[in-house]
Design a protein around this ligand. Structure first.
Ligand code: GYE
Length: 324
């Protein structure tokens, strides 16, 4: 009799638990419908910068902050981004955030987003469209200025005769266009500077390594590597060291991004200059969405303030407080 009583009690408790969990799920579902839905088409996961950027967006658009973030990784392919944006439109997201791979050919898909009444915020790299009303606003870095900072530093700190290896980002991306442009103009202005090699390494460490290994194997004579991001510089440094050369001394290393790992190489003297490019765009994009929700008009273009680091100005404090 006692056993039957206990069994009934256990059964009753189980039913109660099940009913409660049902309620909770329903409450969560109701809460979920209050969340602001953001579809974010991300370039990929090619670099430390990119991973820092993804992380910043995930933190800013968390459930606790009232958002549901749908993140799509395009593996550096524009076709994948176009598909992702179409999926966001079909799902009826509230906002689309696009970090574009390259600048051209966005018109058609952005017209579709506009027709669906979904605001599009562009982050990081820029786009070139026939009609500026196809996107709400943009926030990111001034890549031309970054190129100019690098060149000015090279003029002030490196010898007059430079034989430059130019490792480019993926061609057609604003980060590549701006950083390459600074160097191109400087090459025309300095008779002592020559570019002995130029190729895209797509912002990826493995390609920086591969290209530098190939140059060393072919006995290419160079004394500067102008690497359009940190990860390609990491690859180049490994290749130089494997060949018994001293990066930062035998070959000057110029890089962009200035993430934590790269700054420790600046400290060690293996990267001579790292031009800062800040990926912490999450809070900036969130502030834009909040402005839009209040019915305000955010500025069409917002440039992030950035600097550069070399052995003269880098401190332990700066190095340890990097968020990426
Ligand atoms: O420099 C590079 C990344 O667009 C600024 O993309 C970004 C660049 C960044 O892969 O590391």
């Amino acid at each position: 009799m006692k056993r039957i009583f206990i069994s009934i009690l256990v059964l009753y408790a189980a039913i109660l638990l099940w009913a409660c969990s049902g309620n909770r799920n329903r409450e969560e579902a109701e809460d979920d419908s209050q969340l602001i839905v953001v579809g974010f088409s991300q370039v990929g996961a090619e670099s430390d910068w990119r991973n820092g950027n993804t992380h910043s967006m995930q933190e800013a658009f968390s459930m606790e902050n009232g958002y549901r973030l749908i993140l799509d990784d395009a593996q550096q392919k524009q076709e994948k981004q176009i598909t992702a944006i179409r999926n966001f439109i079909n799902q009826g997201v509230d906002y689309i955030v696009l970090a574009p791979t390259t600048e051209l050919n966005w018109d058609t898909v952005l017209m579709e987003a506009k027709a669906a009444g979904i605001p599009v915020i562009i982050v990081d790299r820029m786009i070139e469209v026939s009609d500026e009303s196809l996107f709400t606003c943009w926030v990111g870095s001034d890549f031309h200025r970054e190129g100019d900072i690098a060149v000015k530093w090279m003029e002030e700190h490196l010898p007059e005769k430079l034989r430059i290896v130019h490792l480019q980002g993926n061609l057609g991306s604003s980060a590549q266009i701006g950083r390459s442009d600074g160097l191109k103009r400087a090459l025309l202005a300095h008779p002592g500077w020559s570019e002995v090699f130029e190729a895209p390494g797509d912002f990826v460490e493995a390609k920086g390594l591969e290209l530098t290994e190939m140059l060393l194997k072919n006995n290419t004579d160079f004394n500067v590597i102008y690497s359009e991001n940190d990860n390609m510089a990491f690859g180049a440094i490994t290749a130089l060291e494997d060949a018994g050369l001293r990066p930062g001394e035998d070959v000057a290393i110029i890089s962009f991004d200035a993430g934590a790992r790269a700054l420790s190489l600046v400290m060690e003297g293996k990267i001579n200059l790292d031009v800062e490019c800040n990926p912490m765009h999450g809070p900036r994009v969130r502030a834009i969405i909040e402005q839009l929700r209040r019915g305000e008009t955010p500025p069409k273009y917002t440039y992030v303030d950035e600097t550069y680091f070399d052995t003269f100005n880098l401190t332990e404090d700066i190095m340890t407080s990097r968020g990426y």
